[in-house]
Design a protein around this ligand. Structure first.
Ligand SMILES: NC(=O)c1ccc[n+]([C@@H]2O[C@H](COP(=O)([O-])OP(=O)(O)OC[C@H]3O[C@@H](n4cnc5c(N)ncnc54)[C@H](OP(=O)(O)O)[C@@H]3O)[C@@H](O)[C@H]2O)c1
Length: 307
């Protein structure tokens, strides 16, 4: 298998490995309890880019796995994310994240969502009586970004970026930002290609990272993907991940399984006609953060999100 580029450049000049390892451990305590071991296995398998978040509860397992691996810190790229319930206490939150991971710095610090949520240290997803996320609309992401710029200046993180931002919210962010986000991490896969957002980010030098990059079974079981996989003697997931990297996006697949971790590192270069067939599968379909029965994603309408 011929390899595509192993890393892309951020607008800071730093290199970011194109395949990262997603460290979301789900909500099953049994899987969370084993997180250090499957993250350690991923580093052993060759991953050098780890994607965690305060809200995943895996900053500590990531830090523990790094220590156990013996891989020098400077050989790794580690991303974490500011949770929505800490948007008014950013300086405090980054110190918590560094302490959780027992690291001196993160390579990339993302604002996890554009939302500002009421701070409740025991419950990062507090709800109103209707079951909607308890938003704190006295805060806004422009102010939060200004605080993240101070984190960058402190040296505790090497780059700052955003996640779940659209063209609409990015444009709003850029009206006050002194520093351009280095990255925007969004849901992206062949059924949600987000061509306009990708072009917008590319034109401005904002690297896009695809989360839920495999598209789950919905996309992994697509018949066109299956046909292309047969042609290359590869698996459907390898074809999907190769498509992403071919269009210049970083991917962060997650797997607890060592064989699938290794499989997901096996990307290849697709021929233009196969890339086109996958491009044609786009249908603006979300598989991860989907709107609920009242059309909101975590309390924000699709219009407010710009999705
Ligand atoms: N910024 C955000 O708001 C946000 C939101 C969601 C996710 N993320 C990040 O993105 C990462 C990846 O997203 P994700 O976990 O939602 O989606 P994903 O990586 O596309 O899919 C993970 C699921 O696919 C399975 N899987 C992985 N590789 C496979 C393969 N080769 N064959 C068959 N099944 C495979 C995994 O099961 P096994 O573990 O059993 O292999 C798991 O159930 C997360 O870990 C997190 O770091 C960020």
């Amino acid at each position: 298998m011929s390899l595509t580029p192993r890393s892309f450049k951020l607008n800071t000049g730093a290199s970011i490995p194109v395949i990262g390892f997603g460290a979301w451990a789900g909500r099953d305590p049994a899987i969370q309890a084993k997180a250090t071991s499957w993250i350690f296995a991923a580093i052993q398998a060759g991953y050098r880019h780890l994607d965690t978040a305060w809200i995943y509860g895996t900053e500590k397992p990531v830090g523990d796995a790094i220590k156990a691996s013996g891989v020098p810190r400077e050989k790794l790229f580690v991303t974490t994310k500011l949770p929505w319930n800490h948007t008014k206490r950013v300086q405090w939150s980054i110190d918590q994240s560094l302490k959780n991971a027992n690291l001196d710095y993160f390579d990339l610090y993302l604002m996890h969502w554009p939302h500002c949520v009421v701070h409740d240290e025991k419950e990062p997803r507090p709800r109103d009586p209707d079951g909607q996320l308890l938003l704190d609309d006295t805060g806004n992401f422009n102010e939060t970004w200004a605080e993240m710029e101070k984190v960058l200046a402190s040296g505790k993180v090497k780059a700052i970026g955003v996640s779940n931002f659209s063209i609409k919210t990015l444009e709003q962010l850029l009206t006050t930002a002194s520093i351009l986000p280095a990255a925007n991490q969004v849901e992206m896969h062949p059924y949600l290609a987000q061509n306009d957002l990708l072009a917008f980010c590319r034109e401005r030098g904002i690297l896009v990272t695809a989360y839920a990059p495999t598209g789950y079974t919905v996309v992994r079981e697509d018949t066109t993907i299956a046909e292309i996989a047969v042609k290359y003697g590869a698996t459907p997931t390898q074809i999907i991940l190769s498509w992403h990297v071919g269009r210049g996006t970083v991917v962060i697949p997650k797997s607890e399984n060592i064989e699938r971790q290794k499989e997901n590192l096996g990307i290849l270069v697709l021929q233009p006609e196969d890339t086109q067939r996958i491009d044609d599968l786009d249908r603006n379909q979300r598989v991860c953060n989907k709107p609920d029965e009242v059309g909101k994603v975590w309390g924000w309408t699709m219009d407010r999100l710009g999705w």
